[in-house]
Design a protein around this ligand. Structure first.
Ligand code: GAP
Length: 548
């Protein structure tokens, strides 16, 4: 049997140990939905709490040496439907989809080549036969493949249905022109095309090989109804991003709190997208959690804040124990920008399924004044900001009354660091997963101690001779400060192995010596080193390492 990929091993460990389960599993599961098990919810809450503490309770220090002005919000998942008209989601939040003309399978148009490369059985098999990199194609081999394996794997591929015609088109394009290397994409489109003169080159379905239909928009917002009748006027949407709730409450926050531009509003919560191809475990799901912060600033300062948040957010991810070499910043190309964005940079992570490439973890977008202006227009409410400090400054500088009036009222610009909480769980799982054939578990989770779901396992070496009483007392003392587990059962090796797999950084064992000298053994997960620590110093030992 082929060795499982790293991702398969992570998914299996997550299920086996209670991090993440498929939702509704007893009914066969439901695509794109996941449940966070007893350990998964602890890990997720640790990330959530870190973000909240570092954004809202103890926000970063700004360029002026003072803590940033930041408040929190918890807005409704369902908002007035006009919200999504104003935000542009109703009109533009859609994925381009293509439908297979034969099997009806849908493929996201912009993911087609990625899908072919990563999850198409027939494409993978064909490429193992040969790689069409030269100017010469081995048509005999292709014909053999079409008549044997191709029939089973890609029955609707033009090359399989009508190999003679398809190969003759390919031969005229390629053979005899040895200096023109045929690219993978062109080769693939050739073997998917039967009637080149009538249709032009076609793209194949990753499942059955048939031609794909044209690209059509597929709406991503999930719908429901609020009210007695399920009629169009009662139609509502589950939010596809937490951000809009913040824009809707921006005015109330300015009016009821002491924030002054520049300031931020942070929110953590569920979002929903009817993703066409939910995949890669919890990377892209249909229900997920986001951690978003909208930073309202003067338009002239937006670029400076954009740079500030780029640096700050990279620093934060590293503080969770994510290695620098697994993170990178990637600027969006102009044609990739969301409808609201002036510029966006993604913080990307090297996931096992993207490596050696990287995939999105967080987006930092310069949303300009798009959202406030749109909501102003659609709601008829004024959402500009009167900047009293700027007014005073302009007065001191001797500006004219007209200039003061014009400049001290403006619609703030917004810089938005938006990350996925559930995606962050995936990052910490991938980052922590470490194969180690030299330990009984064969693998362990190298979580940063701050993030680990369980901070310490507390064991009596044997479940008798006065050891359980001491171990239980230690557990009762530590549990009020750290998430600990008391486990008196099984061999000590098995208990260590389980704690390694769930990423517990410290295992504390009460043994025969403890009863004599009041010391315990603390085993450190990553180094496997054990040291004797006096019972009354265990709390300090843990505090120094976890709450540092
Ligand atoms: N308010 C801006 C916004 O929502 P986004 O790039 O669409 O921007 C922000 O989403 C983050 O939310 C992403 O970087 C990702 O971490 C997370 N995210 C988006 N769609 C997701 C999905 N289907 N499943 C899991 N996480 C998702």
């Amino acid at each position: 049997m082929a060795e499982a990929s790293v991702m398969e091993k992570i998914v299996s460990l997550c299920k086996r140990r209670g991090f993440v389960y498929p939702a509704s599993e007893i009914y066969g599961g439901i695509r794109g939905f996941w449940d966070y098990g007893p350990l998964g919810v602890l890990l997720k809450n640790n990330i959530r709490d870190s973000w909240w503490r570092d954004m809202v309770e103890c926000p970063p220090i700004g360029p002026d040496g003072h803590p940033l002005d930041m408040v929190g919000l918890d807005s409704s998942i369902i908002q007035h439907p006009k919200t999504w008209e104003a935000s542009g989601h109703l009109a533009t939040f859609a994925d381009p989809m293509r439908k297979c003309s034969k099997c009806g399978h849908f493929v996201r148009a912009d993911h087609l080549w990625d899908m072919l490369a990563t999850s198409s059985k027939w494409f993978d098999d064909l490429l193992q036969e040969f790689t069409p990199i030269s100017g010469h194609i081995d048509t005999e081999r292709l014909m053999r493949w079409a008549k044997t394996k191709g029939r089973k794997l890609a029955p609707n591929l033009a090359l399989v249905r009508n190999p003679e015609v398809t190969l003759s088109w390919l031969a005229t394009r390629v053979n005899g022109q040895p200096d023109v290397p045929v690219e993978m994409m062109e080769f693939t489109r050739h073997i998917a095309t039967e009637q080149l003169n009538a249709t032009g080159l076609q793209d194949p379905c990753p499942l059955c090989g048939a031609e794909l239909g044209p690209s059509e928009p597929f709406k991503l917002m999930m719908e429901s109804y609020a009210g007695l009748t399920q009629t169009p006027d009662n139609k509502v949407y589950l939010r596809p991003e937490t951000a809009q709730g913040i824009f809707l409450q921006y005015k109330n926050i300015v009016d009821t709190t002491r924030v002054k531009v520049p300031f931020g509003v942070a929110q953590i919560g569920k979002s929903f997208r009817n993703e066409v191809t939910p995949r890669n475990f919890i990377f892209r799901s249909r229900e997920f959690e986001q951690m978003e912060m909208e930073w309202f600033c003067h338009p002239d300062e937006a670029r400076t804040w954009y740079e500030f948040w780029k640096t700050e957010r990279m620093r934060w991810w590293k503080s969770l124990g994510v290695k620098e070499e697994n993170l990178k910043l990637r600027d969006h190309a102009p044609d990739e920008l969301s409808h609201y964005s002036k510029m966006t940079v993604d913080i990307e992570y090297k996931y096992p399924f993207t490596a050696p490439d990287f995939g999105e973890l967080e987006g930092i977008a310069h949303r300009g004044e798009f959202d406030l202006t749109q909501h102003q227009k659609h709601s008829g409410q004024k959402l500009d900001y009167f900047d009293q400090e700027l007014q005073l400054k302009l007065k001191e500088q001797g500006a004219s009354p007209e200039e003061i009036k014009a400049k001290s009222r403006y619609v703030p610009n917004v810089i938005e660091p938006a990350s996925g909480l559930t995606r962050a769980v995936l990052v910490l799982l991938c980052e922590g997963y470490t194969a180690d054939p030299n330990r009984p578990s064969g693998e362990y989770m190298r979580f940063d101690p701050k993030m680990a779901p369980i901070k310490a396992g507390i064991f009596p070496l044997v479940n008798k001779d006065g050891m359980p009483e001491v171990a239980e007392k230690l557990y009762m003392d530590l549990r009020t400060k750290f998430m600990c587990e008391y486990d008196p059962k099984q061999s000590i090796g098995k208990r260590y192995a389980r704690m390694d797999e769930i990423g517990t950084p410290y295992c504390i064992t009460v043994d025969g010596e403890t009863l004599k000298d009041q010391s315990v053994t603390i085993r450190e997960r990553d180094t496997l080193q054990q040291q004797r620590v006096s019972l009354d110093k265990v709390d300090t030992y843990m505090t120094d390492r976890i709450l540092k």
